[in-house]
Design a protein around this ligand. Structure first.
Ligand SMILES: [Zn+2]
Length: 479
């Protein structure tokens, strides 16, 4: 790790982000343009994200399976909106084993088609429904402008695909999984998100309705952090996913799909990071607490190392993900910077004076300098550390929520809207016409992010055209 300072967020947010990803060793650029290598520290974070989500998927009745990476080109062509939306981003294999293939194979950009095909074979009767399958995997979308974690040619994600007997059940599933994503983002990632429906222009290619969770990054741009789609019978009709209902009548199923990707790592970085580096929420952090021993002489070393080894074991036994940094080739000061860059929530320092007094020094990553520093007894440390981690998690969510709420505006007219979206989000009435949506996009680069379900504010006038509008929508520049 370089000891150079990061470019501050206020100077160049995008450069700050790139430097953090590289210097915290989350990911690196691959030899193929637009691809990323996820390094062990980034992957450990992803594994914790996976576990937190997977637990929620299982609790809501889903099971995991694995479908192939290659999809026959003809499958994509069966759903017209789907192929239209994904065509520009497809990677296509035309040669296999040295021979030209009879039918080109698409490297999956998403798996509705191949899973729909399999469902048509597996689903025969209402007794086979619902089918609630998730897969963890990777997909390829040939993006032109790429950023590590945020937009890469290949990325890792989960995609859930479900089939139901009724429209109502499929709509409920779409909402249930949106709720699961929001619960995960807020309570595990400490990333406050807003749930809502996408506009027709912003929905998934092939969906009847898409919903998303939207998060505000520290540069006030929005990041779509997870999506859930109600596919109606679009894919069921394209792939003949039919079943005999209780009256022995042949019916098409209703399907959904939902996904959350390694993009969420980008959301964590840009929600919590500071000018010293990453700041990770304790519930997802690969390392929750790092112990840094401090000593000069050999005799000091013996007693300090005895104490840190014992404390490490105590914390580990209490279920805390703890690391002892016993490197001898670097100074404690270097270690402090190093772990700050990597966003470890809590640092525990132990030196000869602490041995004498039976204490340790704690430094919270979320509160730099004196504010986050405390000196506490070694006795009962594990319980105290566990409590502090809970408090850090809570304070990160509070800070991010306060930041977001102070950057959401209710502009009084269109002129003001064009101003506020330069450094925030506008929450405004919109008549739901594509014309008004396009005008905002052309004038400001801000897009509609989502239409929240709760519209208890009643009717108003479209911020763009002044016509009567039923709903309010968030407008923001987005990643
Ligand atoms: Zn309008």
């Amino acid at each position: 790790m370089s000891e150079e300072k990061l470019t501050p967020r206020a100077v160049d947010f995008s450069e700050w982000y790139n430097q953090i990803v590289l210097r915290a060793e989350m990911a690196d650029y691959a030899p193929v343009r637009g691809c990323m290598v996820v390094r062990p520290y980034g992957w450990a974070l992803w594994e914790n994200i996976q576990q937190a989500l997977d637990r929620r998927f299982k609790e809501t009745g889903h099971v995991n399976a694995a479908f192939p990476l290659f999809i026959p080109m003809s499958f994509l062509e069966k759903e017209k909106d789907h192929v239209k939306g994904f065509s520009p981003e497809l990677a296509v294999v035309t040669i296999g084993g040295g021979e030209k293939l009879e039918e080109p194979l698409v490297v999956r950009p998403t798996s509705e088609t191949i899973i729909g095909y399999m469902y048509s074979k597996w689903i025969k009767s209402y007794r086979d429904l619902p089918v609630l399958i998730n897969q963890w995997g990777n997909v390829v979308r040939w993006e032109l402008r790429t950023r590590l974690f945020l937009r890469t040619l290949e990325f890792y994600w989960q995609e859930g695909h479900t089939a139901h007997a009724t429209e109502q059940e499929a709509r409920q599933e779409t909402q249930r999984m949106l709720d699961v994503y929001a619960d995960f983002a807020i309570n595990e990632g400490a990333v406050p998100v807003i749930k809502g429906d996408k506009s027709q222009a912003e929905k998934f290619a092939g969906a009847s309705l898409s919903a998303s969770i939207e998060a505000m990054m520290q540069d006030t741009r929005a990041l779509q952090a997870g999506t859930s789609h109600f596919l109606a019978q679009n894919f069921a009709k394209a792939f003949n996913i039919q079943f005999l209902d209780e009256n022995n009548t042949l019916q098409y199923t209703w399907t959904t799909s939902w996904g959350l990707s390694t993009r969420f790592i980008g959301a964590i970085i840009m929600t919590h990071g500071d000018d010293q580096g990453l700041v990770l929420p304790p519930r997802l952090a690969p390392i929750q607490a790092v112990i840094v021993p401090i000593f000069k002489s050999e005799s000091e070393a013996a007693s300090v190392m005895e104490a840190v080894t014992r404390i490490q074991a105590e914390l580990k036994a209490a279920g805390i993900r703890v690391k002892l940094d016993d490197r001898t080739e670097v100074t404690p000061g270097f270690k402090f910077n190093d772990w700050e860059m990597r966003g470890v929530p809590l640092r525990i320092e132990i030196g000869p004076k602490d041995i004498e007094k039976g204490t340790v020094a704690l430094a919270r990553r979320d509160k730099p300098g004196k504010e986050g520093k405390s000196f506490v007894p070694q006795a009962g440390l594990a319980a105290l550390v566990a409590n502090i981690l809970v408090d850090i998690q809570k304070s990160l969510l509070e800070r991010a929520t306060a930041f977001r709420d102070s950057h959401i505006f209710d502009p009084k007219d269109y002129a003001e809207l064009t101003q506020v979206v330069q450094n925030g989000w506008a929450y405004s009435y919109w008549c739901e016409s594509a014309e008004c949506e396009t005008r905002v996009k052309e004038d400001t680069k801000a897009t509609t992010r989502c239409i929240p379900l709760d519209q208890s504010n009643g009717k108003g006038k479209c911020i763009v055209c002044g016509k009567e509008a039923e709903k309010k929508v968030y407008f923001a520049r987005a990643y």
